[in-house]
Design a protein. Structure first.
Length: 127
């Protein structure tokens, strides 16, 4: 189990490192970890299955996901005075971006599943 987790973490870090190298060539237009995730996605699609070691590592990381938010929370606390002075603008930006991302996601799902009748049955309104 531990060897599988280490192997999976090594694979994930290799893809992140490839992404970091790739971002140097495009002068930082896209963050390295994002490129690494895209390359990992392409690799998994081409391979058509997820290796158990990658699954084990991903499940382990997801189980402790809250730990990854601690540095961000500490970083926010360093800028409390700036946050207090522009708090309303931040709140508005967060609310608008959340609403926009939810709307775009809903529209994309509606478009993606437009011709799919395998989902929930439509209600009979004839009575």
């Amino acid at each position: 189990m531990l060897a599988s987790m280490i192997r999976g973490l090594a694979i994930l870090l290799i893809f992140q490192s490839i992404g970091e190298v790739a971002t140097r060539f495009i002068h930082g237009l896209i963050p390295g970890p994002v490129i690494g995730m895209i390359l990992l996605l392409v690799f998994l699609i081409v391979k058509k299955k997820i290796a158990p070691s990658i699954s084990t590592a991903a499940d382990g990381l997801l189980a402790h996901l809250a730990i990854f938010f601690i540095p961000a929370a500490v970083g926010v606390m360093l800028y409390v005075s700036e946050l207090a002075s522009a708090g309303a603008a931040w709140l508005l930006a967060i609310l608008l971006s959340t609403a926009a991302s939810m709307a775009i996601t809903a529209l994309l799902l509606k478009w993606f599943f437009k011709g799919d009748d395998s989902g929930a049955k439509k209600p009979d309104l004839s009575s």
